[in-house]
Structure formats: C-alpha cells, structure tokens
Ligand binder design. Structure first.
Ligand code: ZN
Length: 283
C-alpha cells in the first residue's frame, strides 16, 4: 500500500516535470508579435517570453498600459528595447507611460524634435530616464545588433533629422526572429519609401509589413510593397478615425499585390506567432 502511494506520487511528479520542460522548450523556439489596437496610432510588441521589444506607444497612456498588462509575460514585465519612430503624439504618448512605469534597458530614437506639450512631457521623462541609466541610441542606417534572440537592422534615418518634417524622420527597422522579419516604418512618406526601395532593393523583403502612416495615401508606394513582398500587411488605425485611414488607394495597392491585409480598427489586437521558419496568425 505504502509503495503504491509513493509510485503514484512519483508518476505525478514525472508528468509535472515533463510538462514544465516541454513548456519552456516551446517558449524558447517561438516568438509573438502583436500589433496592439491602440486607436489612431501604432504600437507593436515583440516577445519570446524572455526579450520584449516595443515599437512606438500609440496615442494614449492608459490604453497602452492596459495592453502591456495584458500581453507582457507575467513574470517578465520589462521592455528591453523601446523604439520611438518619430515625435508625433499618436506614437509617443504611450511611450511616456512606458518610460515612467516599466523598466526599460535601451531606447532607439531620432534627433527630430517637436514643440507640442506632449513632446515637452516626453523630453522631461527622457531626461529622468537618462539619469536612471537608461541608454538612448540614435541609430544610423545600416547598423545591425541583437536583442536576445531578435536581430535588429536599421534602414533609416541615414543622417541628422533635426530639420526635416517629423514623418520623414521615422525610424525604419527590420526586426528578425530567425528567418522571419517584420518591416516597421512609422509614418514614413512615399518619397522616402521609394528612396529606400531603390537603395535596399530585395533587402526589404519581409514576412510582415506595418503599413506606413496608418494606411494613409501618402505611404505604401508600389515600390515599397513590391520589394518588401510580404505575406501580411497590418494597418494600425483607429476605428472610424477622422483622417479616413486607411485610404482606398492604399487598399487598392495592397489588393494588387495580393497580400493578406489585417486592420486593428476592425480586428483589434493582431497577433502573429513567429517560429523562426514560419509566420502564422494566432486567432
Ligand atoms: Zn502616425
């Protein structure tokens, strides 16, 4: 009787250890990328359970905070790399919240400035973060670096952005997880997209593309989508937004290239699983 009880406990413990082992094995070989529904703006979260990367914060502090509470790993509530594409409200308001309330290691940003109250608030929070030891990096096109199992390739800017229009200054990155890649370009307009398309050519090729400027007709040129040749394009825009994003012209361009289009204004948060080999939608 005594032996039977112990062998039963032994079997239970073995099952438990195998389950824990399998859980961590799976976590190691997959990452997720979530295009957060933050309203009229964008915020994109990458996580493989260990490393968390956030590209922009959207237009609302509370909305972003709630989204991070929901999607960050329960025992790993920090941001390893935070990217500010450019200093417009619909990209930086949430970033202020992240710098105030979450541990952050590195921040990538450009040197474009703005005279809006929200930018002034951001500047204050940046100064405080610098004093706390957060590292701020101004990337230059062509740099490559690793953050955990993710590889970051910077495509833009390639010069100082102090005197250009803020959209033109948008930090453009490709974020790789194994063979999968995601192309992010903030509100970059067509003129710079075309320049980068000619300069980079097939190096733009990506599994997923975030449509520039929330699907506005001022972005998503044919050259950009042609060279990026993605399987999926995500449009991050607010439900019934006053700008009319996404524009029908953008939707037509995407239809021509036969990519799968997903929209945060229609579908809410859009989550993909990256295996390093394949990308699929997590419904
Ligand atoms: Zn924007």
């Amino acid at each position: 009787m005594f032996l039977k009880k112990w062998s039963f406990i032994f079997v239970l413990l073995t099952i438990l250890f195998v389950a824990i082992f399998l859980h961590f094995q799976t976590a190691k070989t997959e990452a997720k990328v979530i295009f957060l529904d933050v309203g009229q703006g964008n915020a994109v979260l990458f996580s493989d359970g260990y490393t968390n990367i956030l590209y922009d914060g959207g237009p609302s502090k509370t909305r972003l905070h709630n989204k991070l509470n929901k999607h960050l790993p329960f025992l790993n509530r920090k941001i390893d790399l935070l990217v500010l594409s450019h200093p417009d409200k619909d990209h930086i308001e949430g970033v202020i919240e992240v710098l105030k309330h979450f541990p952050v290691n590195f921040v990538l940003l450009n040197d474009n400035v703005s005279d809006t109250p929200v930018y002034e608030e951001l500047q204050k929070v940046i100064d405080e973060a610098k004093n706390k030891g957060v590292v701020f990096i101004y990337p230059k096109a062509g740099q490559e670096f690793s953050v955990g199992n993710f590889k970051i390739v910077t495509l833009w800017p390639d010069r100082s952005m102090k005197t250009v229009l803020s959209n033109n200054s948008s930090v453009v990155l490709k974020i790789y997880y194994g063979k999968n890649s995601v192309l992010l370009s903030g509100d970059l307009p067509k003129e710079v997209e075309r320049y980068l398309a000619y300069k980079e050519g097939r190096a733009l090729e990506s599994s997923i593309v975030l449509a520039g400027h929330h699907g506005s007709k001022t972005s998503t040129s044919k050259n950009w989508i042609g060279f990026a040749n993605p399987e999926f394009v995500v449009i991050s825009a607010g439900k019934d937004n006053s700008y009319g994003h996404p524009h029908t012209q953008t939707l037509k361009t995407l239809e021509k290239f036969q990519v799968k289009v997903l929209r945060t204004d229609k579908q809410g948060d859009i989550k993909f699983i990256l295996t390093g080999e394949e990308v699929y939608l997590d419904d």
